[in-house]
Design a protein around this ligand. Structure first.
Ligand code: PLP
Length: 392
């Protein structure tokens, strides 16, 4: 028998991929599945992005490129941050990576080891906990509370801090809850962290351009006092509907960028050049598709939340960002995972169990509304029918 190291067995997963393959399998069998499971925009990248990629493929170059990303894309990211957040970031502190997830991996392996503690949101993106456990650090869940609109509470983070805390992971707008951290709470957290200079922060801002209503999402980059220990994750997947292109970036403090670059050299060497050219076109070209997508997602949000609230045993708060609804399903009488399974197998609607996002996600379901109004309506009426057939 092979004798692999224990750490690898602690690695978790993202159930959304298993649900996606099961939904695809059912579709191949001829079933009509409405997929509200996987978290990706149902839009295509803007034509100028595709054109830039085709040109890059035709004209080359086709060789290796710098492991931290070509200078032009790091410049473009720096300009984009300046435009959106009025903050100066040196392109030398930007690291282009194959997908947003890679920044999580790099940050957690830099700070996680036995004896260390890492605070992370629960419910939250499942990769946080998975990688913390893999690293050997102690996962310290920060409960996202429905009574607090699932939003981050700075004082709760303060209570969780210990002399062993190395890293805090925060995520706004949030996957899976759609919560957006208020500016006041961000300011509170920044001032609390002033008293804990040994703690690093990973701010996952991948949904920062998909925000609704008047709660303005400020980047943690605007807190000068945190810059020497702040890692910001962002990328092209959600904003530009490019999940399959595998393109993301991290903004790193100067003391860590060399470590991040070495992690790249030790794993994937450098990011696909044509994808980087696409990334430049996305940031430097017309931005109207971003706003168009945001407005369409908002209209779907306005439609799905009341529709979910009309379902028996389900209540749903209005999310303020990303493209997920996170209804409370505890009164349906089914556990989140069995509801997920039955909705897919019996009703033909793919959703993700809240428990896939952590212990505190039990009793909830994540529903991605990155799908057409027509499909969402079909899904809602199928869920309604399914719930009505349940024994009371
Ligand atoms: N962070 C959050 C909160 C996400 O929801 C996702 C993707 O779903 C990622 C990071 C990873 O993004 P990417 O697909 O670019 O790796």
């Amino acid at each position: 028998m092979l004798n692999h190291v224990a750490a690898i067995s602690r690695l978790g997963t993202e159930d959304a991929f298993a649900v996606l393959s099961r939904a695809d399998e059912l579709t191949k069998q001829g079933k009509k599945i409405v997929n509200l499971g996987i978290g990706q925009p149902d839009f295509s990248p803007a034509p100028h992005i595709i054109e830039a990629t085709l040109k890059a493929l035709r004209d080359g170059p086709h060789g290796y490129s710098p492991p931290n990303g070509i200078p032009e894309i790091r410049e473009a990211v720096s300009n984009d941050i300046q435009i959106n957040h009025q903050v100066e970031v040196n392109p030398e502190n930007i690291m282009i990576v194959p997908g947003g997830k890679v920044t999580i991996f790099f940050a957690v392996v830099m700070f996680g080891e036995p004896g260390a503690e890492i605070i992370f949101p629960d419910p939250g993106f499942p990769i946080y906990r998975s990688l913390i456990e893999y690293s050997g650090a102690k996962p310290v869940p920060l409960k996202a509370r429905e009574g607090n609109e699932f939003s981050l509470c700075a004082e709760e983070i303060e209570r969780l801090l210990s002399p062993s805390t190395r890293l805090i992971i925060i995520n706004s707008p949030s996957n899976p809850t759609g919560a957006v951290t208020s500016i006041e709470e961000m300011e509170k957290l920044a001032s609390i962290l002033d008293n804990h200079p040994q703690v690093a922060i990973l701010s996952d801002e991948i949904y920062d351009r998909i925000i609704f209503g008047d709660k303005y999402n400020r980047s943690f980059l605007t807190f000068e006092n945190l810059r020497d220990r702040l890692i910001v994750l962002n990328g092209w997947s959600k904003t530009f509907a490019m999940t399959g292109w595998r393109l993301g970036y991290g903004v790193w403090p100067s003391s860590l960028i060399e470590h991040a670059t070495r992690l790249a050299i030790n794993s994937y060497s450098c990011v696909n050049l044509a994808a980087q050219k696409a990334g430049i076109a996305a940031l430097s070209g017309p931005q109207d598709n971003v706003e168009k997508m945001r407005k369409i997602l908002d209209a779907r949000r306005q439609m799905i939340v009341p529709a979910l609230n009309n379902l028996p045993g389900i209540t749903c708060q209005k999310p303020l960002g990303a493209f997920y609804a996170f209804p409370n399903v505890s009164d349906t009488g089914l556990s989140s995972s069995s509801l997920q399974e039955k909705l897919l197998e019996d009703a033909g609607v793919a959703t993700i169990s809240g428990s896939s996002f952590g212990f505190h996600g039990e009793g909830y379901l994540r529903i991605s509304y990155a799908n057409s109004i027509e499909n969402i309506e079909t899904a809602i009426s199928r869920i309604h029918k399914f719930l009505n057939q349940q024994p009371s």
